[in-house]
Design a protein around this ligand. Structure first.
Ligand code: C2E
Ligand code: MG
Ligand code: MG
Length: 614
């Protein structure tokens, strides 16, 4: 039963509704309150605009159920009946409006068949009129209803219909905004490719796991997993393929875990796992071994098979750290230890080793910075004919002009670089610099000997000769001016493919020398297979020639053996006249060592070259 109002009262009401609408729009856009809190407030304000009304918002769940989203004045038994109720066309206006997708205005719930199945409830709680407006998302999808119920029969007047309409719209807007906020949060905290939670989320989860562990008295583990060869996979097959490798790897990781273990993506090829409820550290070891075993079989992607290998580092709470930050740092260090130990392995954090590892990690960072700041420089050490002043080669030796520590020798940083991808950058720099300087010398007309350069294991890859030839071409450095020094261990590690690459270099006119000879374990038959020109006797045999008869025998034998194989012989580390004379007497071809010349910077070499010109 609607009563018509004088114009000014109607205007007053419209104004109030407009104010409500504006205030809520602002509130929704600025976020803040929880969904339930917001909707309850909206119901209360609607109740003020329509005296005696009881307002409620129902939400559609799983397409066939209702939940009471907000109903601040609804009696508890009433709410209990409708929360989680199956939709039915006789259960009241809020259900009917959802089912029909349009307003359902019931004049008297005690008589209307659309209320029949819940009639006793309406009677018990004195509900007569019941008006519902569907909450439509994006104008079409019904997601709930907004309802006003009154203790007397009647239909809504124009204003009351506007209230229903406005409140239903505001509810839709609020829900959409909340869904959007949730989605934004998800995007910000999850990785796009894998859908896994990311680093930001990890921090919060670690804090939670720490609290839970304290409460339950059970340790938990943080596991750092790093794909050893992801960069190679990406480089060889492209990033799309790399992405699929990651997804397949993730699938295998998941299959090895227990329910409740959490996985996070931490940058490109790193995953972090939180493993809770552990009985002891052994349990983690078992999981880690299972993970490694899961990757024993190669991954098949697009007819391609790739082998993914992982290094796994583990830190335990509370044993290894008492806070999230240290736990992460220690898992990282342990992972680093696993990598350093030869990859595809599991390592638990060990405090004793941590210092060393940390120093190494720091050194890596410093090398990286040094590369950026141009702190590396080539020195050269001449190799002379044993019986004259004629220079046979100039060996390039890398030096690091460290801003705090001064001149750092390669023995300190090359082994660190060799354990990471930094060695590739350093080697490229050395080759580039060598060719650049050599070219300048040639252009100036200097009569230069061969320029020798040391090669690391990481460089002797399949395409290494091609790359080298490209570089020579680019810099205009003739191949027959270059000498490459490899070690026995390097050639043996690379096997036949390494020997093939060396043979290609030799075919191009590059001279090859076997460095540090005598420290490796190559047999005579292996030595015969290596396409080398020169043997360099390691300094350790030369050092004590004067005092040690054994060394004298060894050096004599190496020289004789090398000669029989048709190789030239160089002695490294010659420091005294005695050593030089002994080597000369026994048929050594070349001498390299402080006795003749120390490694020196470019300007000093230039003086030497210039002098020999004049
Ligand atoms: P290496 O190739 O066997 O180089 C010879 C090393 O012996 C050089 O040390 C040189 O300074 C040192 N040496 C030469 N004559 C004497 C001597 O009479 N007495 C003594 N005590 N030492 C002498 P350096 O420059 O410290 O280099 C050490 C090693 O680092 C090199 O051994 C080489 O294996 C590596 N290395 C140096 N530069 C590079 C580089 O550019 N790339 C790579 N991959 N490795 C490099
Ligand atoms: Mg060398
Ligand atoms: Mg050497």
């Amino acid at each position: 039963m609607s009563v018509s109002l004088p114009d000014h009262s109607r205007q007053q009401q419209q104004l109030q509704l407009l104010q409500l609408q504006n205030a809520w729009l602002e509130r929704i856009l600025s976020g803040g309150r929880s969904e339930a809190g917001s909707l309850e407030g909206l119901c209360r304000e609607a109740e003020q605009l329509v005296p005696d009304a009881c307002a409620c918002v129902m939400r559609l769940v799983d397409s066939d159920r209702l939940s009471v989203a907000a109903a601040p004045s609804m009696p508890e038994p009433f709410r209990a009946v409708y929360d989680n109720a199956i939709l039915s066309g006789s259960a009241g206006s809020f259900v009917v409006s959802i089912l029909e997708g349009s307003a359902c205005l019931i004049e008297d719930a005690w008589r209307d068949p659309r209320w029949s199945s819940r009639r006793e409830l309406a009677e018990a709680h004195d509900i007569r009129a019941s008006w519902s407006q569907p909450v439509m998302m994006d104008g079409a999808l019904v997601s709930g209803s907004f309802t006003l119920m009154l203790p007397r029969p009647g239909l809504p007047d124009e204003f009351q219909q506007s209230v229903l309409q406005v409140c239903a719209n505001l509810t839709a807007l609020l829900w959409r905004h909340q869904a959007h906020t949730r989605q934004m949060w998800h995007l910000a905290h999850h990785d796009r490719l894998t859908g896994l939670p990311n680093r930001d989320y990890l921090d919060a989860e670690l804090e939670r796991a720490i609290l839970a562990s304290d409460r339950l008295g059970k340790p938990f583990a943080l596991m750092y997993i790093d794909l050893d060869n992801f960069k190679d996979i990406n480089d060889s097959f492209g990033h799309d393929f790399g992405d699929r490798v990651l997804l397949e790897a993730l699938r295998r990781i998941r299959a090895s875990l227990r329910e409740g273990d959490m996985i996070f993506r931490h940058g490109g090829d790193e995953f972090l796992l939180i493993l809770e409820n552990l009985e002891d550290a052994l349990a983690v070891d078992a999981i880690a071994r299972k993970l490694i075993a899961a990757f024993a079989a190669p991954l098949r992607i697009d007819e391609q098979t790739v082998t993914a290998r992982f290094s796994i580092g583990v830190s335990l709470y509370p044993q290894d750290a008492d806070n999230a930050q240290d736990l992460l740092k220690h898992a990282d260090i342990a992972m680093y230890q696993a990598k350093a130990g030869g990859k595809n392995d599991v390592h638990f954090f060990e405090p004793a080793l941590a210092k060393r590892i940390q120093r190494r990690m720091q050194m890596e960072q410093e090398i990286r910075r040094g590369l950026q700041r141009d702190e590396f420089e080539l020195y050269f050490q001449p190799q002379y004919l044993a019986d004259s002043d004629e220079m046979a080669s100039l060996e390039a030796l890398l030096r690091w002009n460290h801003p705090e520590r001064g001149l750092v020798l390669p023995g300190e940083f090359i082994p660190v670089a060799e354990k990471s991808s930094l060695i590739r950058e350093l080697s490229l720099l050395v080759f580039h610099e060598l060719c650049r300087i050599g070219r300048i010398w040639l252009d100036r007309g200097y009569e230069i000997p061969r320029l020798a350069v040391n090669m690391s294991t990481a460089q002797l890859t399949e395409a290494c000769n091609d790359r080298l030839q490209m570089l020579l071409e680019k810099t205009g450095m003739p191949a027959d001016r270059i000498e490459i020094e490899v070690t026995e261990t390097l050639v043996m590690n690379r096997g036949d493919s390494g020997v093939r690459e060396l043979q290609k270099m030799r075919d191009q006119g590059i001279q090859l020398a076997l460095d540090d000879f005598g420290t490796g374990y190559s047999s005579l038959s292996q030595l015969k297979k290596m396409p080398i020109h020169k043997l360099k006797i390691d300094r350790s045999f030369v050092m004590d020639l004067e005092q040690d008869e054994d060394d004298r025998v060894i050096v004599r034998t190496i020289i004789a053996m090398g000669r029989n194989l048709g190789l030239e012989i160089v002695a490294e580390g010659v420091e005294t006249a005695f050593q030089q004379q002994f080597l000369l007497d026994n048929g050594c071809d070349y001498i390299q060592g402080f006795y003749r010349a120390r490694p020196m910077p470019v300007e000093q070499v230039e003086k030497l070259l210039f002098r020999s010109e004049s």
